[in-house]
Design a protein around this ligand. Structure first.
Ligand code: FEO
Length: 171
């Protein structure tokens, strides 16, 4: 079944959105690299890599559906932040936007009755729930830590333990 052109266009746009998220997380990692928080830098770096995998999932899906892949430019990401909490708050806003984009894509996939696309998008919707939750959890704990250096360093150490993603673009 060939891909509906409107859906194909939106799936291509989502490659850009996921790459933009990856780029944005890389800028957040780079910001943390200039602070004592090497653990948060690692967390953001791993998240950037995960967003690239998300972009590749959409790429692979378009290729396997015999649809053209169209890559578009990325905007310069935000690079200045006021605090670790500010970085994670920016991350949450970004994830909420992506969730909305995936929801909208699902609506189109449903309208054109493309069940394979719906299946792919369901995976993403579940992933978004997890991503928003993990960012919110870190924000809650950062708020609790306030300006206490010892508490902030504990949170930073935990973020530093985040491992490379095992996710692959092909499944
Ligand atoms: Fe791939 Fe975090 O959205």
């Amino acid at each position: 079944m060939s891909l509906n052109p409107e859906l194909a266009k939106l799936l291509n746009a989502q490659i850009n959105h996921e790459m933009a998220a990856s780029y944005s997380y890389l800028a957040m990692a780079a910001w943390f690299e200039q602070t004592p928080y090497s653990g948060f830098a690692n967390w953001m770096y791993q998240q950037s890599a995960e967003e690239t995998v998300h972009a590749l999932k959409f790429y692979q899906f378009l290729v396997s559906r015999d649809a053209a892949v169209v890559l578009t430019p990325l905007a310069m990401p935000q690079a200045e932040f006021t605090s670790p909490l500010d970085v994670f708050a920016t991350s949450l806003r970004q994830e909420e936007t992506v969730t909305q984009q995936i929801n909208d894509l699902y609506d189109v996939a449903e309208r054109v009755r493309d069940h394979a696309s719906k299946n792919l998008l369901l995976w993403f919707l579940n992933e978004q729930i997890e991503e928003e939750k993990s960012v919110r959890d870190i924000m809650d704990r950062l708020t609790l830590a306030g300006d206490d250096p010892a508490s902030l360093l504990v949170l930073d150490r935990e973020a530093g333990a985040r491992k490379e993603t095992k996710e692959s673009a092909k499944n």
